[in-house]
Design a protein around this ligand. Structure first.
Ligand code: SAH
Length: 234
């Protein structure tokens, strides 16, 4: 699949997407990430992407036109296998279910805002979705875009070494992952659970399922009550 990221800081993405499984996925072509400079769709000498907000007040707002021109040139034809996503603190909360839906798409365009955000006509008339990565305010959409790309890329076929890793991890079955231990079995007197050392796979499976449930109950009881998201991407 292809991710298109539209940003005024194209250099930003040199670091975050280079490492580990996501770096490899990009290297071997399972996912392609194309970075687009929003300023390429301006026509004035200063390559202006922002302007003062109507009604006054602090900060600057991304103008609608460069974002519209960018999306229209990146995706001249919109179809159900492509999505245009705005990163925004006001969007619906991004979660693993949305990552899974996105992994089935062919092209995703992610728009990164800055300053006070973007002209509301971009939200209303250009984007299919507005996504927030949490209830806090970032200084720009670039980190959010990198998070979205990372979480989707690792779900693509062939990206994780062991396909099972993405089936049993947190959120996949509405639960958190079970806790993990590795050698040594006794570290400073803290011991790994005996059951994990005995090689009985059925016992280990049951123990892990119950540990995952217990952890979810204590840390994230909300997950046990969660209903499917009616606004999820189709
Ligand atoms: N005035 C806006 C904040 C703008 S922050 C507000 O109060 O809601 C500038 C940009 O950072 C946004 O346009 C968006 O692209 C990005 N951003 C900020 N917080 C975000 C979050 N929680 N999730 C995703 N993107 C976010």
């Amino acid at each position: 699949m292809i991710f298109h990221i539209v940003t005024i800081f194209p250099e930003f993405f040199k670091g975050p997407l280079q490492h580990g499984v996501v770096g490899k996925a990009i290297e071997n072509g399972a996912v392609e990430v194309r970075i687009h400079n929003l300023r390429d769709w301006t026509s004035d000498r200063h390559k202006t992407v922002d302007d003062r907000p109507f009604g006054g007040g602090e900060g600057m707002v991304f103008k609608a036109e460069p974002l519209f021109l960018a999306v229209e040139s990146i995706l001249p034809q919109r179809d159900p296998r492509s999505r245009v996503v705005l990163t925004s603190a006001q969007g619906r909360l991004f979660h693993q279910g949305i990552a899974r839906e996105m992994a089935a798409l062919e092209q995703v365009v992610i728009l990164c805002g800055r300053y006070e955000g973007v002209d509301e006509r971009v939200v209303e008339n250009l984007c299919d979705d507005e996504l927030s990565i949490g209830d806090f305010v970032l200084s720009g959409g670039e980190l959010a875009a990198a998070i979205i790309v990372d979480s989707v890329a690792r779900l693509l076929p062939g990206v994780l070494g062991n396909e099972a890793s993405s089936i049993y991890e947190s959120f996949s079955e509405g639960l958190l992952d079970c806790p993990h231990w590795t050698r040594p079995a006794d570290f400073r007197g803290w011991k790994a659970p005996e059951v994990l050392l005995n090689g009985n796979h059925e016992q280990i499976r049951q123990w892990r399922a119950s540990a995952a449930l217990q952890k979810t109950r204590s840390r994230r009881p909300d997950l046990l009550k969660a209903k499917p998201d009616p606004n999820a991407l189709k």
